[in-house]
Design a protein around this ligand. Structure first.
Ligand SMILES: Nc1ncnc2c1ncn2[C@@H]1O[C@H](COP(=O)(O)OP(=O)(O)OP(=O)(O)O)[C@@H](O)[C@H]1O
Length: 209
């Protein structure tokens, strides 16, 4: 369950304060967050992911107040319970696909299970590429690796920042189906931020910032 209350954020003292509506997502509920460019969608996603400290307000994940944890505890908690599909790919370039997944689990303090990693790579159509380094992957494969890295630790919450903005219609559908499937299989909340109108019909729950 994710719940926010009275969230606001200021990027710098001279800049305006961004204020966000309260959110409540029960377990397994998904949410699409829409809004025009610059309104604060990525900022909200980073607040939900515990990557930014709010000016006011709270983010609760299963009744744990994210920002009341010490930085160290929050990093560990976020690393284990939240998965983020970032706009840019943050895979480690010196490692191959499989090693990137193993590293993601290692940094979260979790054990890797070979079988689970193989299943995930199969589902995301990456199994044949598991020993490739990052620079050897196509754009679509990189994008699917971004999803694999966001879900490999079976998080309670999957957050995706504009996952389809640069994709054609066919790949837009593939990526969204993968995200929805992974969220469903893991009983996770999926929160997607976008200004991509093609994604709208896939979500019952939507808010416009
Ligand atoms: N690091 C930063 N420093 C100062 N201002 C920032 C910073 N990051 C974002 N902003 C400003 O905060 C506001 C919200 O930005 P944000 O990236 O959250 O919007 P967005 O809705 O995700 O936009 P887009 O759809 O264009 O990605 C914008 O006015 C932006 O210029």
């Amino acid at each position: 369950m994710i719940q926010t209350h009275n969230l606001s954020f200021q990027h710098a003292p001279t800049l305006e304060t961004l204020r966000f509506p309260d959110l409540l997502l029960e377990r397994e509920e998904n949410l699409l967050i829409l809004g025009k460019s610059g309104i604060g969608k990525t900022t909200l996603l980073h607040l939900l992911a515990g990557l930014l400290q709010p000016k006011t307000g709270t983010v609760n994940l299963d009744n744990i107040a994210l920002h009341s944890l010490s930085a160290k505890k929050r990093d560990r908690f976020v690393g284990q319970h939240i998965g983020v599909v970032f706009q840019k790919n943050y895979a480690i370039r010196s490692l191959d696909v499989m090693q990137n997944l193993e590293a993601r689990l290692f940094f979260a303090g979790l054990k890797s299970k070979r079988e689970r990693l193989h299943d995930l790579l199969e589902q995301l159509n990456l199994a044949a590429h598991k020993n490739k380094k990052i620079h050897q992957l196509s754009e679509g494969q990189l994008q699917r690796l971004g999803i694999a890295l966001a879900v490999v630790h079976q998080p309670q919450v999957i957050l995706a920042d504009e996952p389809t903005s640069s994709l054609d219609d066919e790949n837009c559908e593939v990526v969204m189906q993968l995200l929805l499937e992974q969220a469903e299989q893991q009983n996770a909340n999926l929160v997607v931020i976008t200004h991509d109108a093609r994604v709208k019909p896939l979500f019952q729950n939507q808010i416009i910032l």
